[in-house]
Design a protein around this ligand. Structure first.
Ligand SMILES: [Zn+2]
Length: 206
């Protein structure tokens, strides 16, 4: 099983060193904003829990509000594989309510993202991937990305990039109709946008 680079190896090889901030999906702990990827990978970092959608601002911008109760279930591991390559593995799950671009009603997007990233400080180390080079996703965490010399990065930002790649550009139901209605021979576009004064009235009630 030497070629197995799955994160289960952490538990057997480096269990004593494993940094685990949480073992429960109901974790009260907050995912760290800054992580030193190579150091933490060396130690073995495991995190499971829910991350508020608001922390993925670029994703949240696409999701129907309110966002305060929405979260992404994250299962994240940092480890070093047997070729001394730092790895970030993550699974992210959520049901994200998007807006159908045809009928303008809600369409739920079932996010089920599996991220496997090899992390390098410099391109010159890419050869370590060998034959995997064309198959493995990797990131070069150049000095520019390592914040303020602290060698820390925002892992959520990396993960958010992966979510954005999966989000449909133009989500549509399979079988909905364009938000138009016909009156006699004329086609009228249904006015989906509410009167701004109605929106204000709604806010006042809450
Ligand atoms: Zn639709």
């Amino acid at each position: 099983m030497t070629e197995n680079v799955l994160p289960t190896s952490i538990r057997t090889d480096g269990a004593a060193n494993t940094v685990s901030t949480s073992s429960s999906a109901m974790s009260p702990y907050v995912f760290p904003t800054q992580i030193e990827p190579f150091k933490w990978a060396e130690l073995g970092f495991v995190w499971q829990g829910r991350v508020e959608l608001a922390r993925f601002a670029r994703v949240a911008a696409e999701v129907i509000p309110p966002h305060d109760q929405q979260a992404i279930a994250l299962d994240c591991k940092l480890y070093v594989d047997d070729r001394r390559i730092a790895r970030l593995d993550a699974t992210m799950k959520a049901i994200l309510p998007l807006t159908c671009q045809r009928c303008l009603h809600q369409i739920d997007f079932d996010l089920d993202a599996h991220v496997h990233l090899a992390m390098f400080t410099d391109e010159k180390y890419l050869d370590r991937l060998g034959r995997e080079k064309d198959e493995v996703d990797y990131v070069i965490l150049s000095e520019a990305q390592l914040a303020h010399g602290a060698e820390a990065i925002d892992v959520l930002n990396l993960l958010e990039d992966e979510i954005l790649l999966l989000l449909p550009l133009s989500p549509k139901h399979d079988d909905c109709e364009l938000a138009v209605t016909s009156v006699g021979d004329e086609i009228q576009v249904v006015e989906e946008k509410r009167n701004p004064f109605d929106v204000l009235a709604g806010l006042k009630l809450k």
